[in-house]
Design a protein around this ligand. Structure first.
Ligand code: HSE
Length: 434
């Protein structure tokens, strides 16, 4: 199968992440795409120490990529709305498909870019433009296509959420946290875009168009940032059972569509109120499905690269496979499915919650601990309740570290043979899901 040739413009945080993930996971990505994806050219104003480009054709001229007749897909990762727009329109005019992570570009010029792409019969894909690594565009456009979307609300700026979280949890100063977000590559080139809500507004406009079938209209979004949220407000909200989150909200109402970005108090028991740090989350309410929640890293090199590459795979499939196999049934092309061993449960490693009923007499706990230790299992936490007046036994509750299922089962079998353990041990597996 002919390889699909891509040209990457921009080697900043997302560009270097894209090159690194494509290089590291090339085999698995190609197996899903059904063809080899080759980086034919990279254009960058300067090298990036986080990315080894020695084996690639690197140019300083981004327009050389748009004009390179070899290239099928131009990946625009330079950011901004001026040069990036010229670059994307030139690539489209040259018959290339375009993938971009540029939310500002799509929010401001998407209508014009999509029209140009339609006229030329090429694709423009922009999954990475909203919520970094979360496939929210695919979810709304494809997964929820049966629904009339009623509203959506999201934490869609990682930097802002990181700042609010650090202020709340550690009482850190705004400026100090912002500096850290910049150093970690989360913040925009102009960080006022993050803290004044402009970045979130770019993303909200894109989500609202996908949800409600309206043109992109950035100038209609009400936008308020987080700069006026004070540590006192964070504390008072907390005392009242709320968290302050910076939300982008789009809602269908009888008189029109609400499009707004602002700090918002949310009841602390809502899942989205517990989305912290640089993580993003979006709740989408469809009339058929009800509320759905999408959560993940909203910024950073590799999470955003994950979405860029998903778009590359999507476009590559349309270029190479016959129509009925465009998206393989199991994600990988049929000939790339491999029969890998599935672990029997005995070989699976998890931590455990164990509850046992023990006679209330000396030495029981040490015997149980000895049995676990003989099997290489350590105790992470322990509760022993006092015996009630009329009862001879007490509940003993243990949390173990991670161990092989077969070792836990063997230890429990031995524990159950002790005279001092009066009932079968209750066991529940634990996962930290970190
Ligand atoms: N500055 C953005 C954020 C990067 O913090 O979410 C991802 O779009």
């Amino acid at each position: 199968m002919k390889p699909v040739k891509i040209g990457i413009c921009g080697l900043g945080t997302v560009g270097s992440g894209t090159v690194n993930v494509l290089t590291r996971n090339g085999r698995v990505i190609n197996a899903r795409a059904g063809c080899d994806i080759t980086i034919t050219q990279i254009a960058a104003r300067r090298d990036n120490p986080n990315c080894d480009t020695a084996s690639f054709n690197v140019t300083r001229d981004i327009f050389a990529v748009a004009d390179n007749p070899e290239i099928d897909i131009l990946v625009e990762l330079i950011g901004g709305t001026t040069v990036a727009k010229d670059l994307v329109l030139r690539a489209i005019a040259n018959g290339k498909h375009v993938i971009t992570a540029n939310k500002a570009l799509i929010a401001h010029h998407g209508n014009e870019i999509f029209a140009a792409a339609n006229a030329k019969g090429v694709t423009v894909a922009f999954e990475a433009a909203v919520a970094g690594g979360i496939p929210i565009i695919k979810a709304i456009r494809e997964g929820l296509s049966a629904n009339k979307i009623e509203w959506l609300a999201g934490i869609i700026n990682g930097t802002g959420n990181f700042i609010l979280t650090e202020m709340r949890d550690k009482g850190r100063a705004f400026e100090d946290v912002l500096k850290e977000a910049q150093a970690l590559g989360y913040a925009e080139a102009d960080p006022t875009f993050d803290v004044e809500g402009i970045d979130a507004a770019h993303k909200l406009v894109i989500l609202a168009s996908l949800a409600f079938g309206i043109p992109l209209q950035f100038d209609k979004v009400f936008t308020e940032g987080i700069t006026r949220v004070s540590p006192q407000d964070v504390t008072y909200a907390e005392e009242l059972g709320y968290r302050i989150k910076h939300l982008g909200i789009a809602r269908r109402s009888p008189n029109g569509i609400e499009l707004r970005v602002h700090p918002t108090l949310i009841p602390e028991k809502r899942l989205i109120a517990n989305v912290d740090g640089v993580m993003n989350a979006i709740v989408v309410k469809g009339d058929a499905v009800g509320p759905t929640l999408y959560y993940g890293a909203g910024a950073g090199a590799e999470p955003t690269a994950s979405s860029v590459i998903a778009d590359i795979v999507d476009v590559a499939r349309t270029l190479t496979a016959d129509p009925e196999h465009r998206v393989p049934y199991l994600g990988f092309q049929q000939e790339n499915l491999r029969d890998k061993a599935i672990l029997p449960i005995e070989e699976v490693e998890t931590a455990y919650y164990l509850r046992m009923q023990a006679l209330d007499k000396p030495g029981v706990l040490s015997k149980v601990a000895q049995i676990l230790s003989d099997s290489g299992i350590s105790i992470e936490a322990l509760i022993q309740k006092e015996a009630k007046d009329d009862e001879e036994t007490v509940p003993l509750i243990l949390l173990t570290n991670r161990a092989l299922e077969k070792h836990i089962v063997a230890a429990i079998t031995t524990i159950e043979t002790l005279d001092s353990i009066t009932a079968p041990v209750t066991r529940i597996r634990m996962e930290s899901l970190k």
